[in-house]
Design a protein around this ligand. Structure first.
Ligand SMILES: Cc1ncc(C[n+]2csc(CCOP(=O)(O)OP(=O)(O)O)c2C)c(N)n1
Ligand SMILES: [Mg+2]
Length: 321
């Protein structure tokens, strides 16, 4: 670990709790998935948690984040309600979107989590639009947009960078670069891997984090957020990370022929959940682990006990009368 580790043990404990909550929630989702109780596809972020946690821990409660269909980590790191998330995965009426949206469309505006989307790239301009509103509001709040390396290939990504820079919008762009869009590696998709250079041509300062060390991410976000809050416009972080499980679903896919297990090894060795936990003494870590387990058990129970949406709900939240 680098010199970015905070001196305050309360911050280390908070960051570990967030990492552990996301890891264990998704492991439970993976365990439950074959039972068919979870009614939507799941894109797990196991292995990538530290990007969401490092960034969100440096934000204020009233800042706003947007994320993607791989959004469990961003949702929970920003403080999204766990019971509502689990109920949403189960398709129950008590879910954050009334059980009609599922894992790919989590939302909890009371925690500053904008609705997510399965359409690659789309939440990037929506976050910038929200940042436009925040700029008008003038209270120093910022919006954060999480998206994958694949999203940077969408035309709307370039359009958004230009617009956000031109209007000095208070938005932090965070690319979760896990090296793949489904099964396609970056080497087969990008003419060069100099993403930050491309971003800088729009007048947006960009920084690449070569590994997923959570406190380096947190420090980079603190620095970027301060510049944004000062009215100096967008900042960009490219965060190298690695998806441990298959693109969609609960399992692994190292036998599918597009990547090797050897590629995973260095990321496993640098697991941020374990490394951050090791910074705490055993008692403190155990207390957090116990709390996390009871929160998850309560959320699963909440989802299982919750009612299905009423049939009339089919006609709410739609444009047609
Ligand atoms: C506009 C659009 N094109 C294609 C897809 C199909 N698709 C779903 S996920 C995905 C890969 C995106 O990769 P990346 O942005 O790197 O995110 P990751 O899944 O690695 O987190 C694609 C191509 C889609 N959902 N939306
Ligand atoms: Mg990717």
């Amino acid at each position: 670990m680098s010199g970015n580790v905070p001196a305050d043990p309360a911050i280390i404990a908070r960051v570990y709790r967030s990492l552990r909550l996301i890891r264990r929630t998704e492991e439970e989702v993976a365990r439950l998935y074959p039972s068919d109780k979870i009614k939507s596809p799941v894109h797990l972020s196991i292995g990538q948690e530290s990007v969401a946690v490092g960034v969100c821990d440096a934000l204020n409660d009233d800042d706003i984040v947007s994320a993607t269909y791989r959004g469990h980590a961003g949702y929970l790191a920003k403080g999204g309600d766990l019971n509502q998330m689990m109920a949403e995965l189960y398709g129950k009426g008590t879910g954050g979107a009334g059980g009609k949206a599922g894992s790919m469309h989590l939302v909890d505006m009371s925690a500053g989590v904008m609705g997510m989307s399965a359409v690659v790239g789309t939440t990037v301009p929506i976050a910038a639009g929200y940042a436009f509103a925040l700029k008008t509001e003038g209270k120093g709040r910022i919006a954060v947009s999480f998206f994958g390396d694949g999203a940077t290939e969408e035309g709307v990504f370039a359009e958004t960078l230009n617009f956000a820079s031109l209007h000095k919008l208070p938005v932090l762009f965070v690319c979760e670069n896990n090296g793949y869009a489904i099964h396609s590696p970056i080497s087969s998709r990008w003419a060069t891997d100099r993403l930050c250079e491309r971003v800088e041509t729009y007048g947006i300062p960009a920084k690449k984090l070569e590994n997923d060390e959570v406190f380096a991410l947190r420090a980079a976000t603190e620095e970027a957020a301060a510049v944004i809050r000062n009215g100096d416009g967008p900042q960009f972080l490219e965060c190298m990370t690695y998806r441990w499980r298959e693109h969609v679903g609960p399992g692994e896919d190292y036998d599918d022929g597009y990547r090797s297990r050897a590629e995973l090894e260095p990321w496993l060795a640098a697991d941020q959940v374990a490394k951050t936990g090791d910074m705490l003494d055993d008692d403190a870590r155990q207390t957090i682990d116990d709390e996390v387990e009871s929160l998850i058990a309560a959320a699963i129970d909440f989802a299982e006990q919750s009612p299905w949406p009423e049939p009339e709900e089919l006609f709410s939240h739609v444009f047609a009368e």
